[in-house]
Write a protein that binds this ligand. Structure first.
Ligand SMILES: Cc1cc2nc3c(=O)[nH]c(=O)nc-3n(C[C@H](O)[C@H](O)[C@H](O)COP(=O)(O)OP(=O)(O)OC[C@H]3O[C@@H](n4cnc5c(N)ncnc54)[C@H](O)[C@@H]3O)c2cc1C
Ligand code: FES
Length: 548
């Protein structure tokens, strides 16, 4: 039951528009709220982000009352607490603020205050003839189904996923190698039942877009009134002897069973592990496994890890961080093959490089990229896949040339209007991009004709220290301005094309990434020359008007 709780040490409310203040709550152990003032109105919300718990007092508050988390870009409306942008799923709790008797009080129930969120539990009994069918059970799907029910959709929702379990936090698989669905699932099975969302374990094998039916490997068909394609990426295997799935203890990493395979093979640790590929997944899994006292070597083709996206200078910072943790590197190296172990010819024993180097290996993990998982659409005459196998969409993620069909996440190529984008087609493999696209589709279904809500792509990674990244370099970049102390590592890297900042990366510099994303969204990011003259982006007020 709601009751009034006094805020510790606050006699009166002296906030200015744009201010945030965290306050402890008397009588509730570790109880905290966040007070914010926007448009002359003071709101009290949960103090921490509902994604991984970042302190929102360190986030970025904008003129129209968006509060963006300093860590991974989740965004909330401070008046309602509602989620505006991924990756948070639950909204913030909001509380009435009362000023009386020389003190400030909030009104709420103890359980909600302690939970630090408004737990989103939909009680719905689907009805009517409308049926949304979502193929895939990942990040895009989460955004779509939570956005649909959250936006008041009462029709039927069916999720067809070959993954075999409910949506999980895929991003944790490479950072912590969590191999237990119950530890990485976002919601309980009952949650989906209560929300009247049917999750069916099956693989889509074909779509009849004319008859609005999807057929599956198990021989069933499912009809729809709206279809969302969200089938993500299929990890690539190197087409080389011993590395194309033909030897045991060689893994790719996309799903919980992949993580389970790696964990089992690593066993009691102390193993020789070769990671092929120095991009995000390879680097994260190498960092995770070296922490468990294994002997880990990363093989990469470029001069520095993640060079293609982050540039050589920044890539070298990441290499240094992992080396400090014990990871070894073979860069500018090409893999030739893997050969079996002498003691068990069904399992890998060594990785051979083209320069003749032989690296002993108890197990090998390949992180060499993914391709859009669209095999079930390949021979479909009604849809033309792009060269890379992805699906071309408009700004609302509606599939070009098809009615009532959307594509989101790793399979979708959409027009990018962020800085440097100019509407260029881009396919972005980020957790938030998939989920925001899912939310956007839900909004289009709930409010036909609604304008798509623009978002700036945000990415994060764990590379011995937390990396944050926003923007995109679809049109390329020609310079990187690095500020701070990369060796600590406490730095910001601005990726520029001409005078325009098109992307930024940071470590230990919160909330610079979030501030950058909000400024980019409004076309207010300073120019390269302004940054070089010393403009600090945290000094710039964020106006309400959206420009992208
Ligand atoms: C290990 C790992 C770590 C990552 N870490 C980060 C990170 O830290 N930050 C970040 O921004 N991004 C990260 N990513 C990328 C991010 O997870 C993806 O961009 C995101 O999951 C894409 O969402 P999606 O919905 O398009 O696809 P997915 O989440 O991959 O979901 C696709 C779903 O479709 C199912 N499916 C495929 N084909 C069929 C079919 N024919 N029929 C039925 N179901 C099918 C799959 O089984 C799966 O359930 C990581 C990815 C991986 C693999
Ligand atoms: S903790 Fe807030 S977005 Fe991740």
């Amino acid at each position: 039951m709601a009751q009034e709780f006094k805020l510790k040490g606050i006699g009166s409310l002296n906030l200015k528009n744009g201010d945030k203040q965290e306050a402890e709550i008397e009588g509730i152990e570790n109880g905290k709220v966040l007070l914010v003032k926007v448009n002359d109105r003071i709101s009290a919300t949960s103090a921490n982000c509902t994604h991984y718990g970042a302190p929102l007092v360190k986030g970025v508050l904008t003129g129209e009352g968006r509060l963006t988390c300093p860590w991974h870009g989740a965004c909330f409306n401070v008046a309602s607490g509602d989620v505006e942008d991924a990756p948070a799923l639950d909204p913030l709790a909001t509380f009435e603020v009362i000023q009386k008797d020389g003190g400030v009080f909030i009104k709420g129930d103890e359980e909600t205050i302690k939970a630090n969120r408004r737990s989103l539990g939909f009680k719905c009994s689907a009805q009517g003839n409308e049926k949304v069918l979502v193929i895939g059970g990942g990040s895009g799907t989460l955004g779509a189904i939570e956005g649909l029910r959250g936006g008041g959709y009462t029709g039927h929702i069916t999720v067809l996923s070959k993954e075999g379990y409910r949506p999980v936090d895929r991003t944790k698989l490479s950072k912590a190698l969590l191999a237990d669905v119950s530890k990485v699932a976002w919601r309980s099975e009952d949650w989906y039942k209560n929300a009247s969302i049917d999750i069916i374990s099956d693989e889509a094998s074909n779509v009849d877009f004319g008859a609005k039916k999807v057929s599956t490997k198990s021989g069933k068909t499912y009809d729809y009134t709206k279809l969302v394609l969200a089938t993500g990426g299929t990890p690539r295997w190197l087409p080389l002897p011993g590395l194309k799935g033909d030897l045991g203890n060689v893994f790719v990493l996309r799903s919980v069973p992949d993580a389970q395979g790696i964990v089992e093979s690593v066993g009691e640790n102390g193993k020789k592990i070769v990671v092929i590929g120095s991009s995000f997944i390879g680097m994260e899994v190498a960092n995770c496994l070296t922490g468990k006292k294994n002997d880990v070597t990363v093989i990469g083709m470029e001069k520095a890890p993640m060079e293609r996206v982050m540039g050589e200078k920044v890539g070298k910072i990441f290499r240094g961080l992992l080396e400090k943790n014990g990871v070894k590197f073979h860069m500018e190296a090409s893999v030739d093959k893997a050969t079996p172990s002498k003691s068990d010819s069904s399992k890998v024993g060594a990785v051979h490089l083209k320069d003749g180097t032989v690296l002993e290996a108890d197990l090998v993990i390949e992180g060499v990229g993914v391709g859009p998982a669209t095999e079930y659409l390949k021979d479909n005459k009604a849809i033309e896949l792009l060269k890379d196998g992805s699906v071309s969409t408009d700004e609302s993620f509606a599939v070009k040339g098809l009615k009532d069909v959307f594509a989101i996440g790793d399979i979708a190529t959409y027009p990018y209007h962020g800085p440097g984008g100019n509407g260029s087609p881009v396919r972005i493999e980020h957790w938030n991009v998939a989920q925001n696209a899912g939310r956007s589709v839900a909004n289009s279904i709930n409010s036909p004709g609604a304008k798509p809500k623009p978002f700036i792509p945000v990415f994060w990674s764990a590379l011995g220290s937390q990396l944050r990244y926003c923007g995109n370099t679809v049109g390329g970049y020609d310079d990187i301005i690095i500020q701070g102390e990369p060796e600590k590592p406490s730095f910001i890297a601005y990726y520029t094309k001409g005078e325009e900042v098109v992307a930024m990366a940071s470590m230990m510099k919160d909330p610079y990434m979030t501030q950058t994303a909000e400024l980019m969204r409004r076309g207010k990011m300073p120019t390269k020359s302004e940054l070089q003259k010393g403009v600090d982006i945290l000094d710039i007020n964020i106006p309400a008007e959206i420009k992208i």
